[in-house]
Design a protein around this ligand. Structure first.
Ligand SMILES: Cc1cc2nc3c(=O)[nH]c(=O)nc-3n(C[C@H](O)[C@H](O)[C@H](O)COP(=O)(O)O)c2cc1C
Length: 176
């Protein structure tokens, strides 16, 4: 059984960079939620906007360990139009074998990270814990590495408490 799995969706690679760093820090595997139909180019942009504005279900493929074999997961996904990216929202809404313990990391250009984390909570029916929001530019520059390390440490410290507590933990210093 895998203890922890980092489940990520990344259209342009920024979330993937952060997910890889976090998984390496935790020494755990990653799992990918990918688009069933690639969202390349301007038409891909448009599909992102429409899927999120109208809360449409998005086609996806999951590549990773069976969720029934996982003890806890960290969900990582970008913000689209102020909300959680549609493929991850759809995946979480569909998932009926998610472990009870779910943490969340959302990635934004500027704002919407906390709302997207709430979307994760709404999709799974409980508060994710702990929660981190990251800024795209910080991931690209490498400045986010310290925040990701703090999150990894907080996650490891929190794990014994996770089965009891569902208090919100907002670790991001950024306005989100
Ligand atoms: C359609 C669309 C809408 C977006 N809306 C927002 C937004 O509301 N707030 C924000 O901060 N960033 C927004 N972004 C930027 C992404 O969150 C950001 O580029 C992120 O790093 C992309 O992650 P990825 O490379 O893993 O796909 C949007 C991006 C797209 C494509």
């Amino acid at each position: 059984m895998d203890e922890t799995v980092v489940i990520y969706y990344s259209r342009t690679g920024v979330t993937l960079t952060a997910a890889t760093q976090l998984a390496n820090m935790l020494g755990c595997p990653k799992a990918e939620v990918a688009d069933a139909v690639p969202r390349a180019g301007a038409y891909g942009d448009l599909r992102c906007v429409v899927d999120n504005l109208f809360r449409r279900k998005a086609g996806y493929r999951y590549s990773g360990p069976p969720l029934a074999n996982v003890r806890d997961v960290i969900v990582m996904a970008p913000v689209w139009m102020g909300r959680l990216a549609a493929p991850m929202r759809t995946f979480l809404e569909d998932a009926n074998t998610l472990p009870r313990l779910v943490a969340a990391v959302t990635i934004m250009a500027r704002r919407g990270g906390l709302r997207a984390a709430q979307d994760i909570g709404d999709a799974i029916g409980r508060e994710p814990f702990p929660v981190l929001t990251l800024v795209e530019q910080d991931i690209i520059s490498g400045a986010a590495r310290a925040e990701i390390k703090r999150f990894a440490d907080a996650y490891l410290r929190a794990r014994p408490d996770l089965s009891q507590a569902h208090r919100p933990a907002w670790l991001s210093p950024h306005e989100a």
